[in-house]
Design a protein around this ligand. Sequence first.
Ligand code: PAF
Length: 288
Amino acid sequence: MEVISTIAALRARLKEEGSIAFVPTMGNLHEGHLNLMRQAREHGRCVVASIFVNPLQFGPNEDFDQYPRTLDVDCEKLQDLVDVVFAPAVKEMYPVQQTVFVEPPPVANELCGAARPGHFCGMATVVLKLLNIVQPDVALFGKKDYQQLHIIRQFVSQLNLPVSIIGGATVRAADGLALSSRNQYLTESERAEAVFLSQTLQAMRMAVLQGERNYGQLQQQASDALTHRGWIVDYVSVRNQSDLLPADENQPELVILAAARLGKTRLLDNVEVVIGCESDIIPPPIER
Ligand code: PAF
């Protein structure tokens, strides 16, 4: 595995490669990222990972400075999984002040975009730059950032980029908490509470599978339950998988998304639900 930090050296290294599978990250890698790297191997002869904490996608009061940077440990984890790690400095990615941006679709102003103005524009801009630099055949992103994945699919399709986008399943801790680099900001007691987010989404999913169609009420109840336990809720929302607009009753393929803060940590999670997929209903445990 090689670590490369300049665009010119990366381009020279990848010139002769047949098929390239690419996993962009901001580093501080966990099992969710490593799973994407393993999946990438199925799609490309050469697997490239990038590690770049992108300043454009952080707001002025967000955690850009604090975001964990663990390049050496990350490279150790990637040693046997990828062929090339692209780890540019900020100056390499943005040698001049960025004045050309990707304008993401309107859904970028909802959900996480409502709480983080400009975030998806900064994210889409760096992802487009990285795709242009690496020129992969396939690029993989985690489904934990569901809205991000949706927006990437939109601009890749609308800007006719010659790359296939693949979503990787969310990897969870044993108690169900979705893995995230930001989980390490949680205190011990917050970590114990954090599982309530995925439990809430699972309970909503069960309710929908059992016939609940009053999504407004379902969202409100979930949001109230989180607030009652001390969470600051950004949103809990039932949406169509296809366009991420608020779910309409006739749509069978839904996704329930939530973002909420515990202390200083903002956590995200989501679950997909397909109505009519009876095998999705897990019977309640038998009480003895
Ligand atoms: O999901 C992330 O880690 C980042 O948003 C991404 C896609 C690497 C762009 O900076």
